[in-house]
Design a protein around this ligand. Structure first.
Ligand code: PLP
Length: 411
């Protein structure tokens, strides 16, 4: 363990997240639902506050002071995101309201343009509905087919199956960087290399990757990388689509409206350059400024060390949960991060979650917007504990104790 990690002070980090100090049902809050959304540090909350208190204004179109200040801050945020994910150019960063919108944007823009009747779109068995349904919808519209890469019982993608699945009919493969149920870290570089050898585009759903990995879109080698701000300590309603400039430039716009145009007349419209071509309407300026503050926060606290610390807590949780009789992990990939899913044999996940909630412990239960994955494992749902840079081993001990209470009551 390097010095930075040894010096990582979780108490200091926790002090940055006031919400964690709360008592829930007379117990100190234990928040293990970070996969759904992370809590926000004071710096992010203050940045959003400051925006509304001092420079709230619509961007790009104003001549006045506030509009210029807000525009500058918004465009600075774009640069900050580009640096955070090592994008070659900041114009490749498109602000959306989240992963879901980013995927819908790509799917809809490609429909009819790249995707035509008889083509195929490849997703995987471990995808979130956000990376299934938009593709399904555009496939239906253009007469293309959705194909699925299978996974193993341990929750790893059967990457070798790509050799036969990636035929010349496949136009794009869209897959999770990190599974929101299994925690599996997919071999992004290997998959992208296989796809690109065959001229197939790649979209990586980074909703769970962005908070648990340092992301370098150039080294990952994908064509599109998408994520949500709210899962990486930034405000809700913020998200990013990163795409290669050459692709974004050739793709048609997704939504029409203000900002995305060059010239409008009743006989026809020409479109703005990227990124604006894909940013129709007024964006969540305050939220994007909050996203910039979240990136600054992660940089200040040394994100790499924070991740190593978090990994230690997750490993401790995994080993501790193993001791609980009747607990079965769902997903046991060699490379995993962020979340641990399990079932207590015989108990419904919802009942387990409710009993934990009565002890102040927040976990997520259910299908986690991954019903096909639940079908794959023939289960109705799981209990999911998901981790963050502010969780502690003491909290893990509370989770284990809480689960023992649940097991006593339910089994
Ligand atoms: N993809 C994955 C892997 C997710 O975990 C989630 C949310 O949990 C999403 C997509 C959708 O994210 P959002 O609801 O922020 O758009």
């Amino acid at each position: 363990m390097d010095l930075a990690v040894m010096q990582y002070s979780v108490d200091k980090i926790r002090a940055d997240f006031p919400i964690l100090k709360q008592m829930i049902r007379k117990y100190p809050l234990v928040y293990f639902d970070n996969g759904a959304t992370t809590q926000k540090p004071v710096k992010v909350i203050e940045a959003v506050d400051r925006y509304y208190l001092t420079i709230n204004s619509n961007i790009h179109r104003g001549v006045h002071y506030l509009s210029n200040e807000a525009t500058d801050a918004f465009e600075q945020a774009r640069k900050r995101v580009a640096t955070f994910i090592n994008a070659p150019e900041s114009r490749e960063v498109i602000f959306t309201k989240g992963t879901t919108e980013s995927i819908n944007l790509v799917a809809n823009s490609l429909a009819g343009f790249l995707l035509k009747e008889g083509d195929e779109v490849m997703v995987t068995e471990m995808e979130h509905h956000a990376n299934i349904v938009p593709w399904q919808m555009v496939c239906e519209r253009v007469g293309a087919k959705l194909k699925v890469v299978p996974i193993s019982d341990s929750g790893e993608l059967l990457v070798e199956s790509l050799d036969s699945l990636l035929t010349e009919r496949v136009k794009i493969i869209a897959f999770a960087h990190v599974s929101n149920v299994l925690g599996t870290i997919n071999p992004v570089q290997e998959i992208c290399a296989k796809a690109h050898e065959r001229g197939i585009l790649t979209l990586v759903d980074g909703a769970q990757g962005i908070a648990h990995q340092t992301v370098d879109v150039q080294s990952l080698g994908c064509d599109f990388y998408v994520f949500s701000g709210h899962k990486m300590y930034a405000p809700m309603g913020t998200g990013v689509l990163w795409g290669k400039a050459s692709l974004l430039e050739s793709m048609p716009p997704y939504q029409g409206g203000g900002e995305m145009i060059d010239k409008v007349s009743f006989t026809g419209t020409t479109y703005n350059v990227i990124p604006y071509k894909f940013e129709a309407g007024t964006p969540d300026v305050g939220g994007v400024i909050g996203l910039m503050a979240a990136i600054d926060y992660l940089t200040e606290i040394d994100f790499g060390s924070a991740l190593e610390y978090e990994e230690g807590v997750m490993h401790y949780a995994y080993e501790s949960l193993k001791q609980i009789e009747g607990l079965r992990f769902i997903g046991d990939a060699k490379r995993r991060t962020g979340v641990i899913s399990f079932i207590l044999n015989g108990a419904h996940p919802y009942d387990v979650g409710s009993i934990l909630d009565h002890q102040g412990i927040a976990v997520r239960t259910g299908h986690h917007c991954a019903q096909p994955l639940m079908d794959r494992f023939a289960i109705p749902g799981t209990v999911r504990a998901s981790f963050s840079i502010y969780n502690t081993r003491e909290e893990v001990d509370k989770l284990v104790a809480g689960l023992k209470v649940a097991a006593n009551m339910l089994l």
